[in-house]
Design a binder for this molecule. Structure first.
Ligand SMILES: *Cc1c(COP(=O)(O)O)cnc(C)c1O
Length: 370
């Protein structure tokens, strides 16, 4: 075999998260055809498990071929047409991307902005909708990985449920690490990625559409601008009772890996998995504050799976982060936007969400900052 040497890392950044041996082994199983009944059975089971993870009965639930950004683009492109209005919560990098995608589609984007590190107040989103009642979509980021903020969804979902406007949610960093509750929150379109709290390598991106969203796809006046991500075409292959018509070749081995990741999650139990993410996140945040770090995200709305924190005394973060990787083989992320140069973004996601990860990181920090 011709293999480059790869030094293992402890992946405690904003993604990808550590991949367990069981999932790596699943990746190495024999590749079969995308119409092989063995493969179709695995895909159907993945879709059923994704429904449970998402908390939805949505029939049209499947992994998009690509990373989280592909599902993000699919969600926006399938709901919007040129001239539609989309209201977007913008309080970090991923909300900004949603707005940019909306503009590229030719939609009118109504941003509801908040300072990076703070939630977008639900009342302000609801007020923007009352000013723009004809908006096609309201889009929010559940777990803003660029800041560590956990966005409340319930009030906005309940408000939109009685209207014609669809609720679109980015759950890339929440799915697998905290409840998303798609149906209870009245979410119409929700997307995620494999490489964050699901603990699977980057390459697939779970997407789900409510019956209302499917109706929207059916009644578009123009076809989805993206052929590759057109859910109407994809449904002929992935959907229940679909004709299994060839659209593109599914990433076969990645589907094995995602299946294994979802089996592992259900073996642990979803409630136990969410509780584990919460308790190790709390432990890290307590440990950092004890050491003089300042948590960046708004109190009461902090994610457990992604902690953003400024180093003690406002010292520059990059040299310490470089030493952490060089001397301890631990990867964390640097800050983005207004937090660039000052904060670390530490992910405790999937298999990385353990007390051992917290202990290793804090003891390395104690030496590096001594
Ligand atoms: C990581 C991330 C994405 C993009 O996913 P990729 O897998 O990097 O393409 C989108 N939204 C959020 C909130 C993310 O954290």
């Amino acid at each position: 075999m011709s293999l480059f040497p790869i030094e293992p890392r402890l992946l405690l950044g904003p993604g990808p998260s550590p991949v367990s041996a069981r999932i790596l082994e699943a990746l190495s199983r024999p590749t079969v055809g995308h119409l092989d009944s063995q493969f179709l059975a695995i895909m159907d089971d993945v879709n059923a498990r994704l429904r449970r993870m998402y908390g939805t009965n949505n029939a049209l639930t499947f992994p998009v071929s690509g990373t989280g950004s592909a599902a993000q683009e699919a969600a926006m492109a399938n709901m919007l047409e040129p001239g539609d209005t989309v209201i977007v919560g913008v309080n970090g990098a991923f909300g900004s991307r949603l707005a940019e995608m909306g503009r590229r589609i030719g939609a009118t984007v109504v941003p509801v902005e908040a300072e990076w590190g703070r939630i977008v107040e639900p009342e302000r989103v609801i007020a923007a909708h009352k000013t723009n009642p004809g908006a096609r979509v309201v889009a929010l980021v559940h777990a803003e990985t660029s800041t560590g903020v956990s966005q409340p969804l319930t009030e906005v979902g309940a408000h939109l449920a009685g209207t014609e406007t669809l609720f679109l949610v980015d759950a890339v960093t929440s799915l697998g690490g905290m409840p998303v509750d798609v149906d209870a929150n009245h979410i119409d379109v929700c997307y995620s990625g494999t490489q964050k709290c699901l603990g699977v390598p980057p390459g697939l991106a779970p997407l789900t559409f409510s019956p209302r969203a499917v109706e929207r796809i059916r009644t578009r006046t123009q076809p989805c601008q993206s052929w590759y991500l057109d859910a109407a075409l994809l449904a002929d292959y992935v959907g229940e009772g679909a004709t299994r018509k060839y659209h593109h070749t599914a990433p076969i081995n990645m589907m094995y890996a995602l299946h294994e990741g979802l089996v592992i999650a259900e073996e642990e139990g979803l409630a136990a998995r969410f509780a584990r993410h919460k308790s190790v996140g709390d432990s890290l945040q307590t440990g950092l504050v004890e050491r003089g770090w300042t948590l960046f995200a708004q109190e009461g709305h902090r994610l457990s799976q992604l902690t953003s924190a400024a180093l003690p005394g406002g010292q520059p973060e990059a040299p310490v982060r470089a030493a952490l990787l060089r001397d301890y083989a631990i990867e964390v992320g640097g800050g983005l936007g207004p937090a660039a140069g000052k904060v670390w973004r530490v992910g405790l996601m999937g298999a990385g969400a353990t007390q051992d990860s917290v202990d290793q990181l804090l003891s390395a920090v104690d030496v590096l900052l001594a």
